[in-house]
Write a protein that binds this ligand. Structure first.
Ligand SMILES: Nc1ncnc2c1ncn2[C@@H]1O[C@H](COP(=O)(O)OP(=O)(O)OP(=O)(O)O)[C@@H](O)[C@H]1O
Ligand SMILES: [Mg+2]
Length: 283
């Protein structure tokens, strides 16, 4: 059973967390957080060449919550990896705050959360969150919130000393989100982070993540296979198609910013998810 879900309610008193961050790009003339122009990524294997992304254009404004949806193999993870400077494009241009992804990587501007939380089993929750601050002591920027406060932010107050095997899957994923936030990233990339969780835990984490995002003013790219998750979380949904991986549609999410569980039952939400399902079927 997942626990500690009330963690965000008392956060306004935490130093620094209630203030807008000094993220770049908030002025009208600033570069978007992420900009991709005519992006192409090819992988050359022994037997064949795979075009993972072809002619992909997208701008992600600073502070946006963008969800990515699309069939398996359409290049969602590859796109995140290009932004994180883990994969180099063959053609086209990627800019993160107007500079090369490498600059963002060296500045520690980007945090990554994967489907597998990959916590160190011999470190407790707090020690796992502290890890990025300990491995690159001089280079890393520290979040205004301490690791302990970040655990509170993700709803794990009281679980600081628990070891990964003592935590549920949802709690482990919360630890990995706090760990990604510890080095104060301006962009958080999340690749199917809740894919392995049961529906109820996942919906709770969706609400928590929306609150964390609003609290921190971070730019968030979130990959999912769930139409409901994409609609509930995002301000826009980037729908991709496969073979080659490309943008199929960019769908604005015109739902109120305060997303509550009741919204999932609403007419607008059902209309949006039907539209996304229709588009996904045409990918
Ligand atoms: N390192 C790699 N070497 C060779 N091919 C790769 C590599 N990484 C990805 N690919 C190929 O690129 C394409 C896009 O892969 P990617 O993992 O980005 O898709 P995805 O949309 O994230 O899929 P999924 O929803 O299944 O996670 C696939 O055909 C995949 O096999
Ligand atoms: Mg993937």
């Amino acid at each position: 059973m997942d626990a500690g879900l009330s963690g965000l309610s008392g956060l306004s008193g935490l130093s620094g967390l209630d203030l807008p961050r000094d993220a770049p790009g908030t002025g009208p003339a600033r570069a978007p957080a992420i900009s991709c122009r005519n992006l192409q990524v090819r992988f050359f294997t022994e037997h064949r060449t795979i075009t993972a992304l072809q002619g992909l254009n997208v701008d992600v404004p600073t502070g946006e919550f963008l969800t990515l949806l699309g069939p398996s193999g359409c290049g969602k993870s590859t796109l995140l990896r290009v932004v994180a400077d883990l994969v180099q494009p063959n053609h086209g241009e990627v800019r993160v705050f107007g500079a090369l992804p490498q600059v963002a990587r060296l500045n520690r501007d980007i945090g990554f959360v994967f489907q597998d939380p990959a916590l160190l089993p011999w470190r407790n929750a707090l020690q796992n969150v502290e890890l990025p601050l300990q491995v690159a002591v001089n280079r890393v920027r520290r979040a205004k919130a301490t690791p302990r406060e970040l655990l509170e932010l993700v709803g794990l107050k009281g679980n600081e000393r628990a070891y990964p095997h003592e935590l549920s899957g949802g709690m482990r994923q919360r630890v990995s989100i706090a760990r990604a936030l510890a080095s104060d990233p301006k962009i958080l990339l999340m690749d199917e982070p809740f894919g392995a969780l049961d529906e109820i835990t996942r919906e709770r984490l969706n609400e928590e993540l929306r609150r964390v995002w609003r609290e921190l003013g971070i730019t968030l790219l979130f990959v999912t296979h769930s139409i409901h998750e994409a609609a509930y979380l995002g301000q826009r949904v980037l729908m991709m198609a496969a073979n080659p991986g490309r943008v199929h549609a960019i769908v604005p999410v015109e739902l109120p910013p305060d997303r509550t569980p009741a919204l999932r039952e609403s007419r607008e939400f059902i209309a949006l998810t039907s539209e996304l399902r229709r588009l996904l079927g045409a990918c």
